[in-house]
Design a protein around this ligand. Structure first.
Ligand code: CP3
Length: 339
C-alpha cells in the first residue's frame, strides 16, 4: 500500500481522514517565507533558485505536516521562458508585455528547455528531501489562464481582453493555446520525470468562459496536454483545477481525462458528490472561512467532511490561501480534519 495517501485517492480510493494540502501553501502568510523572500530579492529570483525554492516548498510541510508539498514556482514561468517581459510589481501582481496577434508566430518555445532547468532541479531536490509519506505535486497553468495574462499584460477582473482577443482573432488564439499546451505538457513531463508524484493544471480563469469557449479553450488544450503527458509517462496522475467552471465540471473531467477535479467553494455539495462518482475530487473550503476561523471554519470543514468523505476526497481550499491567513487557523483546520 502506498504511504502517499494523496496518490491513493487519485487512484479512486477513499482515505479517511482525507489527505490535505492548501493551494499557495508556501507564501506570505508564513514569517519564514517572508524571510527567505526578502533574502532572494525578487519573486522570480526565488522561483529560479533551487536552494531557496526547495526551502520554501518544505516550510509548510515542516510546520504543518501537510500530506502533499507543491513545487514552489509560478504558472507564469512559461511566458517568462517565452521572453514576454514578466515582472512582479509589489502590491499589483504580475506584468507582461501584452502580446499582439502578429507576434504569436515568432514565439520560441525552444527557450523553455534551458530557462526552466532550475525549476526541474528544484523538483529533484524536493524528491530527495521530502519525507516518503509526502506526495510531491508539480504544476503548471492551463493554456487559457496563462494566455489571459499574456494577452492583457496583467490580471483583470474578468479577463475581457483575452475573451475579446479570442472572438476577434480566433486563429491566433488557437495557435497561442496550441503553443502553450505543447510547452506546458513538455514541462509537466520533465517535472514527473524529475520526481513529481502527480501534477495539477491550474485554470484559475476557466469561469469567465461561455460554453463554446470553454470547450475550445479550457477543454481542448487541456485534453491535448493530458494525452501528451500520458503518452510519455503512462499512468501519470493529473489534477485539473478549472476554477468557476461549475456545471461544466462533469464534461471537463470526462473529456480532458484528468484523474481528479479541483473544486472552488461555489460548487454545491450535491453536485460535488455526483462528480465524485467519476473519480477523486479536491476542495473546496472558502478561503475566507480560514481567515474568519472559529465557527465559520469549523462549520465549513464539517460540511465538506459530512458530504464528501465517503468517497475519494483531497481536502483543500477552493482557491489559494491569502497573506492574511492566521497560522493558528491553519492549525485549527488540520486539527478539525484529522481529529
Ligand atoms: O501553491 C503553492 O504554494 C505553489 C506556488 C504557486 C505560486 N503561484 C506562488 C506565488 C502556485 C501554484 C501559483 C499559481 C499561480 N500563479 C496561479 C494559479 C492559481 C491561482 O492562485 O489562481 C496564478 C493565476 C498565478 C499568477 C500570479 N503569481 C499572480 C496573480 C500573483 C500575484 C498575486 C499575489 O498574491 O500577489 C503571483 C505571485 C505569487 N505566486 C506569489 C506566490 C507565493 C506571491 C509573490 C510574493 O511572494 O511576493
Amino acid at each position: 500500500m502506498d504511504q502517499r495517501k494523496l496518490l491513493r485517492v487519485l487512484d479512486g480510493e477513499r482515505v479517511f481522514p482525507p489527505p490535505v494540502w492548501l493551494m499557495r501553501q508556501a507564501g506570505r502568510y508564513l514569517p519564514e517565507y517572508r524571510e527567505v523572500r526578502a533574502k532572494a530579492g525578487g519573486f522570480l529570483d526565488l522561483c529560479y533558485d533551487p536552494d531557496l525554492a526547495t526551502e520554501v516548498t518544505l516550510q509548510p510541510i515542516r510546520r504543518f505536516g501537510f500530506d502533499a508539498a507543491i513545487l514552489f514556482s509560478d504558472i507564469l514561468v512559461i511566458p517568462d521562458a517565452l521572453d514576454r517581459g514578466l515582472h512582479f510589481v509589489t502590491g499589483e501582481g504580475p506584468k507582461l508585455t501584452p502580446i499582439r496577434e502578429d507576434e504569436i508566430g515568432a514565439l520560441e518555445p525552444g527557450r523553455a528547455e534551458t530557462h526552466l532547468a532550475p525549476v526541474i532541479a528544484t523538483v529533484g531536490r524536493l524528491r530527495e528531501e521530502l519525507p516518503p509519506e509526502t506526495t510531491l505535486i508539480g504544476f503548471c497553468g492551463a493554456p487559457w489562464t496563462v494566455a489571459t495574462y499574456m494577452i492583457a499584460g496583467h490580471g483583470t477582473p474578468d479577463q475581457a481582453p483575452a475573451r475579446m482577443f479570442g472572438y476577434q482573432h480566433p486563429e491566433a488564439m488557437e495557435k497561442l493555446l496550441y503553443i502553450l499546451a505543447e510547452m506546458s505538457a513538455d514541462y509537466l513531463i520533465r517535472q514527473l520525470t524529475a520526481g513529481a508524484d502527480c501534477v495539477q493544471i491550474f485554470d484559475s480563469w476557466a469561469g469567465v468562459l461561455d460554453e463554446a469557449s470553454f470547450e475550445a479553450y479550457a477543454i481542448g488544450p487541456v485534453k491535448r496536454m493530458v494525452d501528451k503527458v500520458r503518452a510519455a509517462v503512462p499512468n501519470a496522475k493529473i489534477i485539473g483545477f478549472a476554477k468557476g467552471a461549475g456545471p461544466f465540471l462533469s464534461t471537463y473531467r470526462e473529456k480532458t481525462g484528468v484523474d481528479a477535479v479541483g473544486l472552488d467553494w461555489g460548487v454545491p455539495m450535491d453536485f460535488a458528490k455526483g462528480l465524485q462518482k467519476g473519480g477523486a475530487i479536491q476542495g473546496n473550503l472558502d478561503p475566507l472561512r480560514l481567515i474568519a476561523g472559529g465557527r465559520a471554519l469549523e462549520e465549513g470543514v464539517d460540511r465538506i467532511l459530512e458530504h464528501l468523505s465517503d468517497g475519494p476526497l483531497i481536502f483543500n481550499l477552493g482557491h489559494g490561501i491569502t497573506p492574511n491567513a492566521p497560522i493558528e487557523h491553519v492549525e485549527a483546520l488540520l486539527k478539525r480534519i484529522r481529529g
